[in-house]
Ligand binder design. Structure first.
Ligand code: PMP
Length: 434
């Protein structure tokens, strides 16, 4: 047809006019994406991009089975979650069945921030205490409580000077660039937590709990040192605290080798928080915990979410789980993820700038450094690499406190050919001069 194409730049100006500034854009001049299919995105002119960053779209873009299920449910009913309908009972049952024994009670919310906020309130209610230990370099959400335990200076440069006094950050157990390196560093990182807890004991402060990602997504997909969570959870529980695993980014099959990140550490948390991929982009989050912890909230507070677990949200959640199973997407995350990791490790051999590949399954991180001894972060280079990847048709963004790690977390349906395209394109960009 002869109709002129809408102007992406003009639309961006309109967006800036009324859309509040603190809400982040991915790019200064982003392509206008209006369509997606599997791990591909298409801009207005029909140009295809490989989406390597979209951890929200777990089962892929434009999934016809999901849109059919959602359309059907919308045409039947969507309402306030106080009503009684089958989907919410079925979805809660399915989530409880996915969690370790004893974690059989589910709250349904609309985002990861809400899930973590509620988890913290549950920890306060169950322990009767207020103090929470969290890790440096962490992001847990934007609501008041989930933001309080977020310490990432990449997300908020003031993070370390503005945390409330109930938050007690401990050193990031980053085995690649933290103060203690490698697999043998567990004891040093556990000692740091132990010292922090003793300081709290000495001041008479009671502990409510500990929150962390069980594989460190925000640091670039770095597995915590072996045995770290087992030791930290024991210290926390000895003081009556509750252990929260934030699985919002790394959980739900993405790691390929594990459905939940905490399995990699061989521990069982008291509270699991999950969101993002579980709704494939639909606002959906959950807190999975023990009945006793959930019930503690009744004594001191109130919980109700109008749309959390609505008929449409529950059907989305159930359908995503069905697709994950029927399309064997966790298995795909493992096989394609392992293959991709191998290809990225070959780039580490060839290019000094590529310091290491972190992660597993389809949560991977390539960390760029100016010097492999000092590990000086290659922040500007990483931003330029992401811009150049966009030119060449790949969507990619940095993470970590220094924004020098590529966060590779594509839809779990990623084809091997797409993994090859990504590795080839990254290799081409590195060859061009980094
Ligand atoms: N926890 C982690 C680990 C996250 O990465 C995020 C989002 N980036 C959140 C919580 C917050 O989730 P949401 O954006 O759905 O509120």
């Amino acid at each position: 047809c002869d109709a002129p194409l809408p102007d992406a730049a003009a639309l961006l100006q309109r967006r800036h006019r009324h859309y509040a500034r603190p809400q982040k854009n991915y790019y200064r001049m982003p392509p206008q994406i209006e369509r997606g299919w599997k791990e591909h995105l298409f801009d207005l002119e029909g140009r295809a991009y490989l989406d390597m960053v979209n951890n929200v779209t777990l089962v892929g873009h434009g999934h016809s089975r999901l849109s059919a299920a959602v359309g059907r449910q919308w045409s039947l009913l969507n309402t306030n979650s106080r009503f009684h309908y089958a989907a919410v009972a079925e979805f809660s049952e399915r989530l409880a069945a996915l969690a370790p024994e004893g974690l059989d009670t589910v709250f349904l919310v609309n985002s990861g921030s809400e899930a973590n906020d509620l988890a913290l309130r549950l920890a306060w209610a169950a322990s009767g205490a207020r103090n929470v230990v969290s890790l440096l370099e962490a992001y847990h959400g934007w609501t008041v409580a989930s933001d309080a335990v977020s310490t990432s200076i990449a997300d908020n440069p003031q993070a370390l000077t503005t945390r409330p006094d109930w938050v007690h950050p401990v050193v990031s157990p980053n085995t690649y660039r933290g103060p203690f390196r490698g697999e043998g560093s567990t004891g040093d990182y556990v000692d740091a937590v132990s010292r922090k807890l003793r300081e709290l004991d000495e001041k008479g402060g009671k502990l409510a709990g500990f929150i962390s990602e069980p594989v460190y997504g925000n640091a670039g997909g770095i597995p915590l040192p072996p045995g770290y969570l087992e030791a930290v959870y024991a210290l926390v529980r000895a003081r009556g605290g509750v252990c929260i695993a934030d699985e919002v980014q790394v959980g739900y099959g993405r790691l390929g080798h594990y459905f939940w990140g905490f399995e990699q550490q061989g521990v069982v948390p008291d509270i699991i928080t999950v969101a993002k991929g579980m709704g494939n982009g639909h606002p959906l989050g959950a807190v999975i915990t023990r009945r006793t912890i959930a019930d503690a909230l009744e004594e001191e507070g109130y919980f109700f979410s109008s749309a959390g677990g609505s008929p449409v949200s529950s059907v989305v959640g159930l359908t995503v789980l069905d697709i994950l199973h029927d399309e064997a997407l966790t298995e795909n995350a493992r096989s394609v993820g392992d293959y991709l990791k191998g290809r990225l490790e070959a780039l580490v051999e060839r290019f000094p700038l590529a310091g290491a590949v972190h992660g597993m399954g389809l949560y991977l991180g390539v960390e760029f450094v100016r010097d492999r001894e000092t590990l000086e972060p290659a922040t500007e280079e990483t931003a330029a690499i992401c811009d150049r990847l966009l030119d060449l048709g790949v969507i990619m963004q940095p993470t970590g406190d220094h924004l020098n790690v590529l966060k590779i977390k594509p839809p779990l349906c990623l084809a091997r050919e797409s993994a090859d395209f990504f590795a080839d394109t990254l290799g081409r960009v590195l060859e061009e001069g980094w």
